[in-house]
Design a protein around this ligand. Structure first.
Ligand SMILES: [Mn+2]
Length: 227
């Protein structure tokens, strides 16, 4: 089983390049050595919109992609694809990239089982499942080609105007339903909800775009912090 290492950094829901530049700044600090770690968990929705099999979408975030490709040669990076960033295996060939279907992935931490995923796997409904399947498909993305620039420009504009930081009222109820799928896990770490809260054994990571924070493993504990 894979192990979560001391000082591992969890970066969730950065929604770059809209909403915040924090993701790019963190990558630059990792590159110049200001931040040191030997393991990074990209928890998904780190990009506000990025997918493979398409050149044009990459032009919005070229610098961040290049930095990630470079960092992945020296740092162990696990990328849990989100609902805004998917089909990434061809872009980040030196990372462990997990599709929605391959999540959650169980890691060990001091003999404990820690289930990690972006956070949109369970309790989403049939419509969402189907939408994910169709959208995250090479043929769909290839079919888009003739219209791609107009569609992508429109999408990027819409996404940049979207309000993404909300308090989830009744979040405990949702967590309870999600945890029905995690009987075996001692700890569950997810992003997606932008809540920056711990509910029992469920860690809802801070969103780098909303709270401006990430999580880091310090003396075996997951702590939320600014980098
Ligand atoms: Mn998400």
């Amino acid at each position: 089983m894979l192990t979560i290492k001391e000082n591992a950094i969890f970066i969730a829901d950065s929604h770059y390049p809209h909403h915040s530049n924090a993701f790019l700044k963190t990558l630059q600090k990792l590159e110049n050595g200001e931040i040191k770690t030997s393991q990074i968990f990209l928890m998904g929705d780190n990009f506000d919109l990025l997918f493979g099999h398409n050149e044009y979408i990459q032009t919005f975030v070229e610098e961040a992609i290049a930095l990630l490709q470079k960092l992945s040669k020296t740092i162990e990076i696990h990328y849990f694809e989100g609902n805004h960033d998917f089909c990434l295996k061809d872009i980040f060939t030196n990372m462990n990239v997990y599709t929605r279907d391959e999540q959650p992935v169980v890691f060990s931490l001091n003999d404990k089982k820690v289930a990690i995923s972006h956070g949109d796997k369970y309790v989403t409904g049939f419509g969402y499942d189907l939408y994910c399947k169709v959208l995250r498909n090479k043929s769909t993305l290839t079919l888009l080609k003739p219209f791609e620039e107009a569609i992508i420009n429109h999408r990027m504009k819409k996404l940049s105007q979207k309000h993404i930081c909300h308090t989830f009222h009744g979040f405990e109820k949702r967590v309870e339903a999600i945890l029905e799928n995690y009987k075996e896990a001692d700890l569950v770490i997810e992003g997606h909800f932008h809540q920056s809260r711990v509910v029992g054994k469920y860690i809802s990571l801070p969103s780098q775009a909303c709270q401006g924070m990430v999580a880091q493993l310090e003396e075996g504990e997951v702590v939320f912090k600014s980098l």
